[in-house]
Ligand binder design. Structure first.
Ligand SMILES: Cc1cc2nc3c(=O)[nH]c(=O)nc-3n(C[C@H](O)[C@H](O)[C@H](O)COP(=O)(O)OP(=O)(O)OC[C@H]3O[C@@H](n4cnc5c(N)ncnc54)[C@H](O)[C@@H]3O)c2cc1C
Length: 469
């Protein structure tokens, strides 16, 4: 192996940047890391912007503090590794609501993404089906099986629990439907428990017991100053050469490593490296893999994505309830899918001038046309629907911002994890120095994508001949 190693990270989202930091920490000293990002900015779905002088998230807002085994999440560990631990803040108001029959009801606690372990506790919002969750003498799921979350929960708890609780909660994260989304990928802890337990109540309780939470321990955190500080700190700590506006268009195996074709066709640049972390969404990854690893391309290329728009409004002295926000079941017929009252939820965003910052997310899988409305239309509709849900005539906004995230949220159907495992096995067998990382493969969310990038970096280090540290 030529020394020093040359590693390309394709994709400057959080997965790619976490991979770059891990390479810097664990690969031999002197390793040349280059991050290629096609857009003009690093961070991917992490983007902090500015509205009326406040640092506001125009993309991802916060991260889970714990992983599904109860330990510190990979996002928190990375934040600390980058020296940003002191900036972690938690919601000052954690209670959110659900829209039920046009009005707000507090989201019942004690559920796993809306799936209850205690049916009594959700009775204010949904009546579970009576006696359907019976022990049939075998685990709910076979050892290698996967189902949609909706199929499992409907069969055991009935439609109302899915339509009023699980669907809006999953929709808030994936902009997709419980009836389409894979249990194994979107709720891995519940899937693990369902392979052992005979009832859904039993599986939810087992999953909750496997990741005990200290009473009062915060579930979410974010960074004062915005999540872009994480992006910038990761880029700096990686010591990588950062290439913005540099789309990788082709990956060609050279025998010893890889040749990247970077940039526009007429002025394409060819770069030789020893290994590649491919940290781009599944669709562009499939295009890059089609020529060199068709089997892997097929495994990841079928993943579909939902588009969403985030509408943030600055409202002068509105009457807002003491809630972090609300979720809207699709059965309510509203454009808004979820809303966050930024200045109520986050103490560090509170203002002294009476302005409130409210964000609404719009767009569900299969309804892309809603996201294509004009900014003015989206802002006006959100304003009207917020007033209706809150039962007050909200004042006119003094400022607003619309951020569209086209094709941004993966819709993992049942069997996704197996398809990705097969794609990775094909790469390992044929091209061990090309590794996939990010939300297209391992799941949505900052902690999952950080861990995915770090794991990819470790695999590259192993493939190139082990750690130098
Ligand atoms: C609106 C929204 C809100 C969210 N909110 C939260 C939240 O509050 N908390 C949370 O934990 N998660 C949240 N998520 C999910 C989370 O943000 C993502 O799962 C995660 O950021 C994905 O990271 P990634 O690095 O895998 O991909 P991305 O962020 O998509 O990064 C991939 C990068 O690759 C680049 N790229 C693509 N093709 C090429 C190419 N050919 N060459 C070079 N570069 C290329 C892209 O430009 C992009 O920058 C949210 C997602 C969305 C869309």
């Amino acid at each position: 192996m030529r020394a020093p190693w040359r590693v390309a990270v394709v994709g400057g989202g959080i997965a790619g940047l976490a991979a770059a930091v891990r390479l810097r920490d664990r690969a031999p000293a002197g390793t040349e890391i280059t991050v290629y990002e096609q857009s003009g900015a690093l961070g991917g779905k992490l983007r902090t912007g500015e509205l009326v002088g406040s640092a506001v998230e125009f993309g991802a807002e916060s991260f889970l503090m714990r992983d599904s085994a109860g330990g510190e999440s990979a996002a928190v560990a990375l934040v600390r590794r980058l020296g940003l631990g002191g900036r972690i803040v938690h919601p000052t108001v954690g209670q959110a609501a659900l829209v039920v029959d046009g009005g707000l009801r507090p989201i019942p606690g004690g559920t796993l993404v809306g799936v209850p372990g205690d049916l009594e506790r959700v009775a204010t919002v949904a009546r579970p089906a009576a006696d359907a969750d019976v022990d049939a003498g075998r685990p709910l799921l076979g050892a290698r099986d996967d189902v949609s979350v909706g199929a499992l929960v409907r069969a055991r708890f009935g439609d109302e629990v899915v339509d009023r609780l699980v669907d809006p909660m999953l929709g808030g994260v994936y902009a997709g439907r419980a009836d389409d989304l894979s249990l194994a990928t979107t709720m891995p802890a519940l899937a693990r428990a369902a392979r052992v337990e005979h009832t859904l109540v039993g599986a939810v309780r087992a999953a909750q017991a496997a990741a005990p939470r200290a009473p009062g321990a915060p579930v979410f955190g974010t960074l004062a100053g915005g999540l872009s500080t994480l992006v910038e700190a990761a880029a700096a700590a990686s010591g990588a050469t950062i290439r913005r506006g540099a789309a990788v268009r082709e990956l060609t195996p050279t025998g010893a490593g890889w040749r990247l074709t970077v940039g526009p066709t007429r002025e394409a640049e060819l770069v030789d490296v020893d290994a590649v972390v491919l940290a781009v969404p599944a669709r562009p990854a499939a295009r890059l893999l089609a020529g060199c690893a068709p089997e892997a391309a097929q495994g990841v290329g079928g993943l579909d994505y939902a588009s969403v728009a985030l509408v943030t409004l600055a409202l002068p002295e509105p009457e807002l309830p003491e809630l972090s926000g609300f979720l809207v079941p699709s059965t309510e017929g509203l454009l808004i899918k979820a809303s966050t009252f930024f200045t109520t939820k986050w103490g560090h965003l509170r203002r002294t001038d009476g302005l409130a910052l409210v964000r609404a997310s719009v767009g569900r899988y299969g309804e892309e046309r809603q996201v294509q409305r004009t900014d003015e239309d989206l802002a006006a509709t959100v304003h009207r629907e917020l007033s209706a849900v809150l039962g007050v005539a909200l004042p006119a906004p003094v400022a607003g911002h619309v951020q569209r995230w086209g094709g941004s949220l993966p819709q993992y159907t049942p069997g996704h994890a197996d398809r990705v495992a097969a794609a990775r096995a094909a790469l390992r067998a044929g091209h061990p120095t090309l590794v996939l990382a990010g939300a297209g493969y391992d799941g949505v969310g900052i902690p999952i994508c950080v861990r995915s990038g770090e794991t990819a970096a470790e695999e590259i280090i192993t493939a190139l001949g082990g750690s130098g540290t």
